[in-house]
Each structure stands twice: as C-alpha cells, then as structure tokens.
Design a protein around this ligand. Sequence first.
Ligand code: FAD
Length: 427
Amino acid sequence: MSSQAPIVIVGAGQAGVQIAESLRQEGYGGELLLVGEEAHPPYQRPPLSKKWLLEAGNPTSLAIRGADALVRRRIELKLEARVERVNRGAGVLELTGGERLRYARLALATGSLPRQLTVPGASLPGVLYLRGIADSAAISAAIRRCATESCPVVVIGGGFIGLEVAAGARKLGAEVTVLEGLPRLMSRVTAPIVSEAFERLHRAHGVRFVFNAQVTELRAPQACGTGAAAGPAAAGHVATVHTADGREFAAGCVVVGIGVAPDDRLAAAAGLACERGIIVDACSRTSDPGVVAAGDCTARRLPDGRLLRLESVQNAVEQGKSAAAALMGRERPFYATPWFWSDQFDVKLQMAGLSQGYDQVIVRGDVAKPAFSAFYLRTGRLIAVDSLNRISDHMLAKRLLDNDLSPTAEQIADTAFDLHSLIKQSA
Ligand SMILES: Cc1cc2nc3c(=O)[nH]c(=O)nc-3n(C[C@H](O)[C@H](O)[C@H](O)COP(=O)(O)OP(=O)(O)OC[C@H]3O[C@@H](n4cnc5c(N)ncnc54)[C@H](O)[C@@H]3O)c2cc1C
C-alpha cells in the first residue's frame, strides 16, 4: 500500500465530519477525503423533524460547518459518490460507476436507515419516512396538503420522530392520529410518568392516539378530499390505514417512524465483525486495526461484554473524536454519560444516562406544568435523568452521572435541597 494514499472517511454526516476535523486537531497533515452519497454538504438531521419541518427552508441553514471550513482544514469532500465495496486486502474502495479510490487508513461513518413497514400497501405513494433533507421537505409538503384538503395525517410510531412530526403537523394545521404498537409513548426509553406527560401534552394540542395498534395494511381504494391529482386525492395514493382489530383510519399521508437500523452493509460485506452494527471498542476500533467506525452504524462493546447502540449527535461526535485518535495510534476512549434531546410543542425533553434496568423513579418538580425531572435509580444508585423543561436539572444530572454521584430519593424529591451541593462536596 502506498504511503501517498489518503485517509478516507465513508459517510459525510455528523460522525464523518467529526472524524475529519479531529484528525486535523490530532495533527494529521496528510491527504484527507470525505466521501458521501448525498448531494448536500454534511448537514444536521435533528432540525428535520423539528423547526426545519415547519419551515422547509434553505438547506444551507442545516450545514454542520460553513462552506469554507472544510476547505480551510484541507478536507476534500466528494459528494454524490456511493461506496459499493471495500477491498481491504488491496486498500481500495469501489464506487458506483466503477471509480476506485485507494486508502491508507479507513473510517466508516455510514449512519443508519429507517426501519421499513412490511405490511401490504407499505410502498404506496404518500407513505413517507424521515431521514434526510428531501424526506423532510416531502413530509412538510404532504402535511400542508393534508391541512389544506382536510385529510388526516397518520403517524405510525409513537417514538421521538413520530411525536416530533405529530407536533409539527398540528402546528401546520393538520389533523393527526398517532398509531402506536405498544401501550404507551416512547416506552422503550422512558418511565410511564414521562410517557403520560407527553400524551397529555399532545392531546391538549389535538393529537389523537391509538395504543396497542397493530397496522396490518395500507390501502388506496377511495379518494379523500377534492384536491389536485398529485395530492392526497390522487388515484393509487394511500388513503386508509388498517389495524388488526378491524379499525380503519383515513389518511392523506402516512409518516412511518418505527426506528432505525444501523447501516453496516459495507462493513459486513468486507468481513468486519458486525452484530446490530459494526462492532467497535470504546476507542472506535473495529475488528480490523486499520479501520475505525463511528456514529449510528456502530455497536459499542462495553467492558461487561454487552453491545450498546446509540443513535444521537453526541454519540456520533464523541465516537468520531475517538476514531480520529485511534487512526493516529492514540487511545481516547468514550465513556461519557450519553445524552439526547427531543422538542415537542413547547416542551424540551433532555435525557442523560441510560434508564434501562431501573427499579425506582423519583420525580422532582411539577408534573402538571410540565416542568419536572424523572430520576431513575437502580439499587439506590442514580443511572439516568429525563428532564422536561428543566434545563438546569439536565446539566446537573450529566455532572452527577459523570462523577458517579447519587442523591438519595429524599434529596431528589425535595426541590429545596440543592443537588449541586453534592458536586461541591465531592470536589
Ligand atoms: C429526523 C431526525 C431527527 C433527529 N433528532 C435528533 C435529536 O433531537 N437529538 C439527537 O441527539 N439525535 C437526533 N437524531 C439522530 C442523529 O441525527 C444521528 O444520530 C446522527 O446524524 C448520526 O450521525 P452519523 O454520522 O452516524 O450518520 P448520518 O448523519 O446519517 O450520516 C451518514 C452518512 O453516510 C452516508 N452513507 C451511507 N452509506 C454510504 C456509502 N456506502 N457511500 C457513501 N456514503 C454513504 C449517508 O448517506 C449519510 O449521509 C435525529 C435523526 C433524524 C433522522
């Protein structure tokens, strides 16, 4: 392998950009190539289900970095270039169209893909998924048409994406029904008290919910509304959603938000160890010492042997920093407390830590408002905190968790008790 070959990063998203920039910060002075299949320069995805969905404005407002930032750091960006195959033996990437790129070292940051609905009718026009800029623009336009033509928006999935889209659709004036397969919202990641607060919030804004809803079929038999042929009334366009209990829901469009799957196809085909994602260690190293991976495409091996999958900006950024260090032969393990956020109507949900396995939830603040935090404990130790419109609790929670500090249940529930004092005492 020639020493002239660049470091190549496949996937020009949040993690890919971070790896490239961190490589420069780590002192890498050689050639650096960031390859992405999308047409847009690297952009942030969180606004796509939030503010940008309402505005569907200028894509440049989503850019992770300004136009000349990558140029200044001598990071070459190759867009609309899909890598089809990694030939690790030869150190070569094969692109769609036959182009071949040599690499000296390789980083994979290929992200994730929305899980697909597999019932009959799932591929009808008007059934929409949200991952990229074009998806968000299409959903925004479909919601507006539904609002104009008085056709309901049906959202399948009561997780973060589904609920953020539901909130956006209500703000744009559409009727919204959310079909959730489980008995409550965001049930895999939050306690019932948090789910209930969000259910009340959405209902107060007119969102309808159906729980334990098993979607069995989507159909396009009848027209809905009186609009243009390209809109919800068009022949062949989705018009109803059917559930296992025999119910039927009229739909001007259907937005599916049932989770994502890691895009580890390139890595798996290249023989890298994969299991629910590309397996990496805390330093973002894969099973090949010359290849690192970061972001949504990975599953991180924890010290106890379990695999941790996270889909968040923080994870992409932190793993990206670790990956860059590893490419430079340095160890920068990522052990920081995971955090995440979601915006729904006027409530900001901020999550710190991982609540799986909790045996006690203590509430601090005002549930009715809502302006409260749910503190998750396991055998008396703090493991996670969900905060609704309590930004200072969230900041504090991250520090408590990073420092393995645990308030008692009484201290948590007592809003007069200064939780910050625990950090001061330990300093
Ligand atoms: C609508 C939406 C809302 C979100 N909201 C939040 C939020 O509120 N908070 C939060 O923390 N996180 C949120 N996330 C998650 C967060 O955006 C992701 O975790 C983050 O973008 C992951 O970064 P990544 O670099 O791993 O993947 P991505 O940003 O998805 O980038 C991967 C890139 O790789 C490209 N690629 C894949 N395969 C190839 C190939 N073979 N050749 C070339 N290019 C390839 C893809 O096209 C893509 O551009 C949201 C995600 C979405 C979709």
